[in-house]
Write a protein that binds this ligand. Sequence first.
Ligand code: NAI
Length: 331
Amino acid sequence: MKTVTLINGDGIGPEISDAVVRIIEASGLQINWDIQTAGTDVIAEEGTPLPARVLESIKINKVALKAPITTPIGMGFRSVNVQLRKALDLYANVRPCKNLPNIKTRYDDVDLVVIRENTEDLYAGLEHKIDENTAESIKIITRKASERICRYAFEYAVKHKRKEVCCVTKANICKLSDGLFLECFRNVGAEYPKIKQKELLVDNLCLQLVQDPTVFDVLVMPNLYGDIVSDLTAGLIGGLGVAQGANIGKYGAVFEPVHGSAPDIKGKNKANPTALLLSAIDMLRYLDEDKYANKIEKALYKTFEGGCFTEDLGGKMKTTEFRDAVIMNME
Ligand code: NAI
């Protein structure tokens, strides 16, 4: 039996992870869940929102499924999510964005992947106050991390039979930092002549994405742009409730949805577990459990085809009702 670290998170985290664990159980696949708590709730007892035991567990198991964790805004501790990605060197944040059956959106045939550099840029946490009225945040872009993420994007394209990789920067303004990222893209891209290559500025990308997202394939970009663009692309396929993600490194992987802890609907049995479920399906494929991944995906698609939706998608179902519908649809 495989062991996977499970971080239930906070906010809607425990509700959606309970649903996903039960759906996986119902598929017949047995997983030994190594449950690890993190975030605000553990600070009082352990003095930190990210205790060493959490990192140890992921290092040993190599795979984690993670529900969202709240980060205080403007003050308080540094994001547990960002710390985790950095500490485990989970350098590639992979966010596929594909239409789901029977979820009506503005565009059909959206099938793109946002690949976001996950360890540096403005997320390096290098911020300080120069004086009372001035703050400085340092954007770090290195050749090593930029080449690594661009290579990941090209390898991803090859593995998944994708045709094009588009590099997204703001190299007209951040000439040195984003300029370096773009230079790395071009250097690495030269090794992949069979993959079409495109370059876009991030503002232009946003315009084009809302006008016609169907023309995009694989997008690779520095951390901050990836964070923002992947919320935009989530909106193209039905919203944050269905947007999956994965953080991949050389020594392990953490699968988690794009969305946060949604404090506005916490404890109301309203959260859509689909984003975490799709992340878990991806995780099962990563673990070579394709049979179960396909079985669960089929049941999820059947649930949507049957018109079962949570409130974020215009339906009436509670989290637990949606969970039960997916389980009922399992063949
Ligand atoms: P959010 O993604 O939690 O929520 C934005 C909006 O989307 C809210 O209206 C929420 O109700 C809705 N929503 C999100 N997920 C949903 C789901 N599964 N089903 C139905 N509706 C859903 O973003 P927000 O409010 O900016 O952040 C809340 C907290 O989450 C913050 O502390 C933030 O730092 C944290 N966060 C954590 C992440 C992680 O753990 N990886 C990622 C993003 C944010």
